[in-house]
Write a protein that binds this ligand. Structure first.
Ligand code: ADP
Ligand code: MG
Length: 676
């Protein structure tokens, strides 16, 4: 399209201003969308929600009161009678409005409605004409000296000039399937909405378009990645696998079934699997892992399961043996405490192919461990299995399929954008009959009652975890806290043996403390957050978390997952005295839901995507209209559509998809391929 300077009123200076917003052509200008629309349609007070921004009409009921702070700051307060109710409107730094409020006269005011204080604040005065003529007023991102009014004028000019040349990008088939507004109309409505409903439709279309394009890019990258990395097809008989699934002690949940199929498809395909499997604590990932390993072994390959700690390795070895030994599959545990002779034997069997599946910590892929033909590596708790370990595999000349399992709920939206090169599977359903953990929030002054409850649980034969406060950056204070709390609880609950776990213990000591608790020799375990993820002590029914407000929601949920593993009702008590509203909200959210994914979504809403991973995450995509948090359902739809499209021949050949292909071309998606 023509350069933006062809718009009437855009001179050299203005063109420079626009260029700073990456607006060079008239097309760019037309795609400079408002980030919100101010709603100037007058509404009745009772319809307006707390904290909502809205416009009301009222009669001036008091002389406006004006106060200045410093040189330029001021606060102007005026009482208005609106729909029979007396409210206050508060204006900041608009002292010049004082003369506009005349007792007894009608005014129209827009602001954020604070229902508790009956206040509109911060408010702006709205021209009555605007309220009557145009309810929705676009608000654009600006920069430097750019003026909103000028920008609006140019956009109107640009629309008159080129509005009819806007081309459709989406194929007819998708527009019809989703009843989407056509592109020309969408852009017009975003700038000049004719009604709230048509604005909504325009946004819906643009959100889908943005997310589809984004996903097309990701899926094309993934396709290129797949086609360029060596992989091997694992040939197994479906009937064998299905028969094995039938022999499991329970039917799979719908989610397990779906995920199982996704994994089997990857194994069979010729490209290398690179899949992230997310599932809440207790959702049944181990069984899925067992099925994948089973299929891999039936196809004539070996499998490895890597876990972060020795205790977990033992637990997994036990459960996999019980599932797979009867199938004639050999499962061995390689442990740091294996004797030299035993170790030599295990490694020998591995190299000769006598052992089918090896379980262990990271030591498993390191020095001296050679597989005959490793086909699948599964890691539990993906965040502890880093890029380095993957490089070790490559350096050994191994290109196995890789499945990363994690119980850390990452909101799906972020998983898709952050792990763009991975496929993501989610087990979002719990096995039937699970009793949800009851979570309570207690203030520190209720500690006596918490203590009584701990005692009651232990008298009933159960066990209790106590998690100590988290002190950022101070391992030393963490340990001191744990020691203090241990001493205090030992004194308060003299009838029960109390274990102590913290980061300063050496690995053997840690193992011994965990073992004592797992075997019910200690009834109470005081621990810092080092308490092992994934450890299974079904007899533990209560977890008390000190200073819970210091933990992230995801971490609280992880910790809480240590209880609720048996048939008894389990409890989690959050000892917390949060000062901020967000802090209180977070505690409430914990008591309201047991769903790790819902929690992570709520955490994301409370903290924002940038902070979700604890530090500013670069590389998150930016959208003009779409919002990763609120539009995640559309993102999911777009992801499926994009995946389907890039796998179809029509997408790469048919004229219907030329608009989309051109866009990918423009984004440089194919350059990667040309480089090598
Ligand atoms: P996680 O996802 O935390 O690794 P596990 O695989 O350890 O979960 O499973 C937790 C418990 O649920 C195990 O005792 C397992 O046997 C049981 N389980 C798994 N899948 C099912 C199912 N479909 N029906 C009933 N119980 C199941
Ligand atoms: Mg597990």
């Amino acid at each position: 399209m023509q350069p933006v300077s062809e718009v009437k009123g855009v001179g050299e200076r203005s063109a420079e201003l626009l260029a700073s917003l990456s607006i060079h052509t008239i097309g760019d200008l037309l795609e400079h969308f408002p980030f919100r629309h101010e709603d100037y349609a007058v509404r009745p007070l009772e319809e307006i929600a707390h904290d909502e921004r809205a416009t009301v009409r009222g009669i001036v009921h008091s002389e406006p009161a004006l106060r200045f702070y410093g040189k330029k700051k001021s606060r102007l307060t005026v009482r208005l009678l609106v729909d029979g109710l007396l409210i206050q409107a508060v204006f900041f730094n608009q002292h010049y409005l004082k003369s506009k409020f005349v007792l007894g006269e009608e005014v129209v005011v827009t602001g954020k409605w604070d229902r508790n204080r009956a206040q509109l604040t911060p408010a702006v005065m709205t021209a009555k004409k605007q309220a009557e003529e145009q309810g929705l007023d676009p608000v654009y991102p600006l920069k430097g000296d750019l003026k909103m009014s000028a920008l609006k004028k140019w956009i109107r000019e640009a629309m008159d000039l080129c509005g009819s040349e806007i081309e459709e990008t989406l194929p007819e088939q998708l527009i019809r399937a989703y009843k989407l507004m056509e592109r020309k109309e969408t852009i017009r409505q975003l700038h000049f909405p004719s009604s709230p409903e048509s604005l909504k439709q325009a946004k819906r279309r643009m959100v889908y378009e943005e997310l589809l394009l984004f996903q097309l890019k990701m899926q094309t990258f993934r396709k290129q990645e797949r086609e360029q990395t060596e992989g091997q097809s694992r040939q197994f008989a479906d009937e064998d696998v299905e028969a094995f699934v039938k022999r499991l002690p329970f039917p799979l949940t719908g989610a397990q079934e779906k995920v199982k199929n996704e994994i089997l498809k990857d194994l069979r395909s010729g490209y290398r699997m690179n899949r992230l499997l997310q599932g809440d604590v207790g959702s049944g990932k181990t069984v899925v892992a067992a099925i994948a390993l089973f299929a891999c072994v039936r196809a004539g390959f070996q499998g490895a399961l890597m876990v972060p700690t020795e205790i977990l390795a033992e637990q997994h070895a036990e459960s996999l043996q019980s599932l797979l030994a009867s199938e004639g599959i050999t499962v061995r545990l390689l442990s740091g405490s294996s004797r030299v002779k035993e170790r030599r034997e295990i490694l020998g069997d591995l190299a000769s192919g006598k052992t089918d599946i090896l379980i262990g910590t990271h030591a498993l892929i390191q020095d001296g461990v050679d597989f005959q033909n490793l086909g699948l590596v599964i890691t539990d708790e993906q965040h502890r299995f880093g890029v380095n370990q993957r490089r070790v595999l490559r350096e050994k000349g191994l290109f196995p399929d890789v499945l990363f399992m994690t119980a850390t709920p990452i909101p799906r939206t972020l998983a898709i954008s952050v792990f763009g090169d991975m496929d993501v599977s989610v087990i979002d359903e719990m096995p039937k009959g699970r009793k949800p953990i009851e979570t309570y929030w207690a203030r520190p002054d209720m500690f006596a009652r918490v203590l009584a409850f701990m005692e009651k649980q232990m008298r009933a034969g159960h066990q209790v975890y106590v998690i100590c406060p988290l002190i950022e950056e101070s391992d030393k204070l963490d340990v001191q806290n744990a020691i203090d709390i241990h001493a205090k609880l030992t004194e308060a609950l003299p009838d029960f043996a109390c274990g102590l776990m913290h980061g300063r213990l050496d690995p053997e000591e840690k193992d011994e403390v965990m073992k004592a608790f797992a075997e019910n020799r200690t009834r109470l375990l005081v621990s810092t957050t080092v308490v092992e993820v994934g450890v299974n002590v079904p007899n533990a029914t209560l977890m008390v978390i000190y200073d819970a407000e210091r933990f992230g929601l995801a971490q609280l949920h992880q910790l809480r997952g240590r209880v609720g593993r048996g048939s008894e009702q389990s409890y989690c008590i959050l000892l917390a005295d949060p000062k901020s509203e967000t802090g209180k909200e977070r505690m409430r959210v914990m008591t309201e839901t047991n769903d790790g994914f819902e929690l992570s979504e709520r955490d994301l809403e409370l903290r924002g995507p940038g902070d979700f991973f604890g530090r500013k995450q670069s590389g998150l995509p930016e959208f003009k209209v779409a919002d990763l948090v609120h539009d995640y359902r559309v993102l999911e739809v777009a992801r499926q559509d994009a995946a389907r499209l890039v796998e179809s021949d029509a997408f790469w050949t048919s004229g219907d998809y030329k608009g989309l292909r051109d866009w990918l071309e423009k984004e440089g998606v194919f350059e990667m391929e040309r480089l090598d």
